[in-house]
Each structure stands twice: as C-alpha cells, then as structure tokens.
Design a protein around this ligand. Structure first.
Ligand code: CO
Length: 177
C-alpha cells in the first residue's frame, strides 16, 4: 500500500475512507500499470475473491481486476476507466466483498450491460456481458466511483448486516491507534 509501484499490496477494509471516494482516471499506460494489475490479481487470488478494485488495494485509480471463472489465469480481465451502459432487466443476487469480510447481502443489479473501458495499453475496449460477469463489472465499477455494495442493499438487507459493520468499524479504530 505504501508503494504502489513495487511493494506488496494490502487489502483495505471498511470503513477506510479510500473506499468511499471516487478514484482518479488512469492516464498513464504501460509497464507500471501492468505490474500493478499483476499484483492486484495476486492479492485477489490470495484473498479468494472474484474481483478487486484499485481502492481495495490502497490505490485510488480507476483500475479493477476480475476473474469470474474461479480458475487462476483463465479469463482474467483488467478494466481501466470503465463506463457501463446498463440493460433494463434486473437480477437480485447475494454478493460479498473482500473489503467487508463476513458480510453478504442481496443486491439488485442489471442482468446485462455493455462495458466501455481501456485495456492496459490504453486501447479502447468494448464488451457485452451478462450473468456473474455483468454483476462483477457493476460491483467493481461502483468501487471506482466510491460506491460499495452495502450502498446498493435495500433497507432489510442493510439492517441484517448492521452489527457486523459496527464490528469492522471498531476493528478499524483499534488499528488506527
Ligand atoms: Co467489492
């Protein structure tokens, strides 16, 4: 987290303020960005996640890594400066997030979308997605805009996770001291 170019990345947990602000657009592409993406994948696999966004690794930049296939190396996707065009059909599914250990809750999301983003070389990419990938793309793009999945939960789901949120907040305060 201290040095995003060489150091090992560390998972950032709720309620760290970096999770709640919009990230900067990526303007420099190339080897450094590729190194960052590689280390983000390492941290994601180590933490058994399907996706990881920059701020969750302490890097407030619009980059996220996704692997919804659960097979390492296969179907790895890096999105930079993503913009989503959401379809009108809605799905409800239970989600979790590496920055909210022990919390799961139902979230409504568009069931299909079109992604417009850059790749690691700065080239524009476009992709249609549905299913688990569409969900992951929405979850990670939200992170890059300072929105986390508990912000997307309805009041009932939110009520159920209140206690665990308080615990995470107490642990964070302890670590800050
Ligand atoms: Co997340």
């Amino acid at each position: 987290m201290e040095n995003e170019n060489t150091g090992e990345l560390r998972l950032v947990l709720h309620p760290d303020p970096i999770l709640y602000r919009e990230c900067e657009e990526v303007t420099e592409f190339g080897d450094e960005l590729k190194g960052l993406a590689r280390r983000m994948f390492d941290l994601m696999y180590e933490s058994n996640g399907l996706g990881l966004a920059g701020p969750q690794a302490g890097v407030s930049k619009k980059i996220a890594v996704i692997n919804a296939s659960e097979q390492r190396g296969e179907a790895e996707l890096v999105i930079v400066n993503p913009v989503l065009e959401l379809g009108s059909e809605i799905d409800v599914m239970e989600e979790g997030c590496l920055s909210f250990p022990g919390i799961k809750g139902k979230v409504k999301r568009a069931s299909a979308l079109k992604l417009k983003a850059r790749n690691l070389d700065g080239e524009p990419v476009e992709m249609d997605a549905d299913g688990i990938l569409a969900r992951a793309l929405q979850h990670e793009t939200d992170h890059l805009n300072g929105i986390v999945f508990i912000n997307r939960m309805g009041p009932a789901a939110r009520f159920l996770v209140k206690g665990r949120l308080r615990e995470l907040e107490a642990e964070y305060e302890q670590d800050e001291r």
